[in-house]
Design a binder for this molecule. Structure first.
Ligand code: ATP
Length: 815
């Protein structure tokens, strides 16, 4: 059937079947090619003579009229028809196409190809005519009437710009569809050129190292593959009607050709590899190719979870809850006239007295220099050569007596200077205001953790110390010498520098009146025990509970530090801010806690060891976890400031005391008995003793500051300290299993896991109120899971693991 159809098709005489005859086809081809030459010549001649020939066009048959066109009247008329009336310059494409058709016929190209190229060239001709028509009218001949008219027509519809865009599109469409010009092809061509250049360069070098051969090989394969692509593209454009399979077979055959061609190029490599086979030159070493496999780099994450959280949410900001908190302003503090008045007469008189007195003891002076401070003037003496300092030191009291002035202190020698200092009080002392201390650059710019502006030194410099470094402070002084003012100066400094989120105070004030003003800032800055009304502690029994609670807080904080694997609160908070500690594991930002105890002697008198033990424990251990103690006392006797306390309070402040013994108790040195009072103090930070005039802050100023802070938005409640259950709350009563808390099992597991029997742990982990956590601990004790109450220490856990816990609870049920 198929066969039949085929034969009928073949039998039907085709329009172009005469071309099958080789003679006719050659004839037609020659005619077409010559005709195209004829047209081309006529067209060229037309451009030079068209104006003169215009009149001859109508008189085609008139022999008398001659045409200037090289090809006579026929040439002129044909040119007029194709160029003037037709497509202008683009008419040359017709001449070219006719030549091409003739050529294709001659070489027996397929008819389909002839038709396709003809169509494309006609399309191109219209496009070119259109483009020329776009030019000015004076170039009308370039576009021909058809080009011009189509142009005019289109311009009325899409305007000039529209036409330009359309033309660009049509030209691109022509190039893309006909020649397959694509962006990829363009890139490939560039690559091909580059590869070719590299190949040439490498060949020039002709260094036969294996490495380079590989590169050449690579480049070659690249160039081959590119060439392949190029060839196949070319095939496609010419024979785009060919079935795909034939195209592939072509490519493979071409590949072989290419391989042959490129054989020379790969000569360098072949030489190296063939060495062993040919054995032409035995002296040449055998090169064994080595296949190097580079192990893949392990992938690494550039950021961990905490970095990601910090990136997304920023660092943790502890001040966020009270982000609008405003620090107290300077104008809340009173300003005094603080310019130190130097009275030359006074200076001269004092100098003479010093010189005369020393002369009495046969001590000659080489030099004397005076430094005037706010309360005292320091006279620095350089004794004559040969005078032993110990002599002056021994005469200290006598000299002071001879100078017959209150508050004289002799420093022999001034540490690090080799001079002798004699401090003589000024007749007119100057008040050092808290304003000047707080507003000083030194304080404002300090980067300390807990900066305190204590006052001014003899050289009138603001004295700023870091409480966090102290780490605890002992303050002593007889009544009315400026202790309370000193405490207020410490607290005020911290209020001016630290956000409520960063520091919390626990204030113990047995006198009940000194620190009451700070009640106003309870929810900002104070810490207190749960379920207590007043944050400021005035009751001795509560002091004991608070101290023990603080010990629990200390233990809890140490646990947190341990879990966070850091050594101190600063590192811990930095880690927490960087979101490296998970709040779900109980981690939280830890504020510094400053415990201030006024009238410590009173406490020791009433509570004795009960107070001393936790204070000593805190003083010994609390520095790393941000709990700092400031203890003030009127009576610095040895039974108040015991050895164990003294040992843990390296920083001490002594206001004026009544006896040398007291001075020795507090400072381990005399001098405090020689002070003049009213804030005149000695500060010992370990080795040196400095004389400082304490900054003066009056009660109305403190009131203004606390009012200023108190009027601002506060936290919902004061900072909660962990509850401490006194011994009396420990229970031995058996609690009925049925009455147990629902969370009993969970609580037991937490306690066993942590191996630490504390109510605060349960509070944290189970998010419970203190009372419920306390009850749970009682129940756990009754069940024999935790041991009895042990004071400030966490209870012992009696069950080592879950297996033992399960067993214990199972046994209970069977009872
Ligand atoms: N730094 C100072 N500058 C000037 N005057 C001061 C200074 N410190 C204290 N004073 C004066 O001394 C008086 C008593 O001070 P303060 O109340 O601090 O004494 P105190 O040691 O606390 O006494 P007490 O132990 O009896 O409470 C103040 O009212 C003030 O006039």
């Amino acid at each position: 059937m198929a066969k039949k159809t085929k034969s009928t098709k073949e039998d039907k005489p085709s329009f172009f079947s005469f071309l099958k005859n080789r003679q006719t086809s050659t004839l037609v081809a020659t005619f077409l090619m010559l005709f195209s030459v004829f047209l081309c010549v006529a067209f060229i001649s037309f451009f030079f003579n068209w104006q003169e020939d215009q009149s001859t066009l109508q008189q085609f048959t008139n022999k008398a009229v001659k045409s200037n066109n090289l090809l006579g009247k026929i040439g002129a008329n044909l040119s007029h028809f194709f160029i003037y009336k037709g497509f202008g310059i683009a008419a040359f494409i017709i001449s070219f196409q006719i030549f091409l058709v003739g050529f294709y016929v001659l070489i027996k190209k397929k008819l389909s190809l002839i038709i396709t190229t003809t169509n494309w060239n006609l399309f191109l001709m219209v496009l070119v005519a259109l483009s020329f028509g776009f030019l000015d009218k004076k170039y009308a001949l370039a576009a021909g009437i058809i080009g011009f008219e189509i142009n005019e027509y289109l311009q009325t519809f899409i305007g000039k710009t529209g036409l330009v865009i359309t033309l660009i599109f049509l030209f691109m469409a022509y190039a893309i569809i006909r020649y397959k010009v694509t962006f990829d092809a363009f890139i490939d061509r560039l690559k091909e050129k580059r590869a070719q250049r590299k190949l040439e360069a490498l060949q020039e070098e002709s260094v036969a190292t294996t490495n380079k051969e590989d590169i050449i090989e690579e480049e070659k394969s690249k160039s081959i593959s590119l060439e392949k692509e190029k060839k196949s593209e070319f095939e496609l454009s010419l024979e785009n009607l060919k079935p795909t399979i034939s195209k592939y077979s072509d490519v493979s055959s071409k590949k072989e050709e290419i391989d042959k061609d490129t054989k020379n190029e790969s000569e360098i490599k072949l030489k190296v590899e063939d060495k062993s086979d040919t054995k032409v030159n035995s002296s040449e070493e055998k090169v064994v190719a080595i296949d190097v496999e580079v192990s893949k780099e392990e992938e690494h994450e550039t950021e961990n979870l905490s970095d990601k959280i910090v990136k997304d949410f920023g660092e943790f900001d502890p001040t966020l809850e009270l982000s609008n908190f405003k620090f107290p302003t300077f104008n809340l503090l009173k300003q005094y006239n603080e310019s130190i008045s130097i009275d030359p007469e006074e200076l001269e008189a004092n100098k003479n007295r010093i010189v005369d007195t020393l002369k009495n003891y046969k001590i000659g002076i080489d030099e004397i220099k005076a430094t005037v401070g706010p309360t005292i003037t320091l006279y620095e003496i350089v004794p004559e050569a040969g005078i032993r300092i110990s002599k002056i030191k021994n005469l200290e009291d006598d000299i002071a007596l001879s100078l017959s002035a209150l508050g004289i202190r002799i420093i022999a020698p001034i540490p690090g200077k080799g001079t002798i200092g004699i401090e003589v009080p000024n007749k007119k002392s100057t008040i050092v205001s808290m304003h000047s201390a707080i507003s000083s650059k030194k304080f404002q710019e300090s980067q300390m953790e807990l900066p305190i502006a204590l006052g001014k030194t003899i050289s009138n410099e603001t004295f700023v110390v870091d409480l966090a470094k102290m780490p605890h402070l002992l303050m002593a002084g007889a009544t009315g010498q400026g202790k309370s003012v000193g405490l207020n100066a410490v607290l005020t400094s911290l209020l001016y520098k630290k956000h409520p989120a960063e520091v919390k105070f626990i204030l113990v004030d047995p006198k009940k009146v000194e620190l009451t003003l700070f009640n106003k800032i309870e929810r900002h800055y104070l810490a207190k025990l749960p379920d207590t009304e007043e944050a400021i502690i005035t009751d001795t029994s509560k002091v004991v509970t608070t101290l023990n609670s603080l010990c629990i807080e200390m233990d809890n904080r140490y646990d947190l530090l341990k879990a966070a694997m850091v050594r101190n609160i600063k590192e811990y908070n930095a880690k927490f801010k960087k979101r490296k500690l998970n709040p779900n594991d109980g981690h939280q930002f830890l504020p510094y806690i400053v415990l201030v105890i006024d009238e410590f002697a009173d406490l020791i008198m009433t509570a004795g060891k009960e107070v001393e033990t936790p204070i000593a424990r805190l003083a010994q251990l609390a520095r790393a976890i941000g709990i700092h103690l400031i203890v003030a006392t009127q009576r610095p006797s040895v039974n108040v400031i015991t050895g164990i306390i003294k040992a843990n309070f390296p920083s001490r402040i002594a206001f004026r005391v009544t006896s040398k013994i007291d001075s020795r108790t507090i400072l381990d040195a005399p001098g405090a008995d020689q002070l003049i009072g009213r804030g005149d103090m000695l500060y010992s930070g370990g080795n040196d003793i400095l004389r400082i005039q304490c900054a003066f802050v009056d009660t109305p100023e403190v009131e203004k500051i606390t009012d200023f802070i108190g009027s601002q938005k506060a936290y919902a409640e004061a900072y909660q300290l962990p509850e401490f259950i006194g011994e009396e709350s420990g229970t031995n009563v058996d609690i009925d299993i049925a009455d147990r808390d629902k969370l009993f099992r969970e609580a037991a597991e937490i306690i066993v896991t942590a191996q630490q029997g504390s109510a605060s742990l349960l509070q944290r982990k189970l998010k419970l109120g203190y009372n419920r956590a306390g009850r749970l601990i009682d129940q756990l004790e009754a069940a024999g899971i935790v041991g009895p109450f042990e004071g400030s220490k966490a209870r012992q856990v009696l069950v080592p693991d879950f297996v033992a816990l399960d067993q214990l609870l199972e046994n209970e049920k069977n009872l």
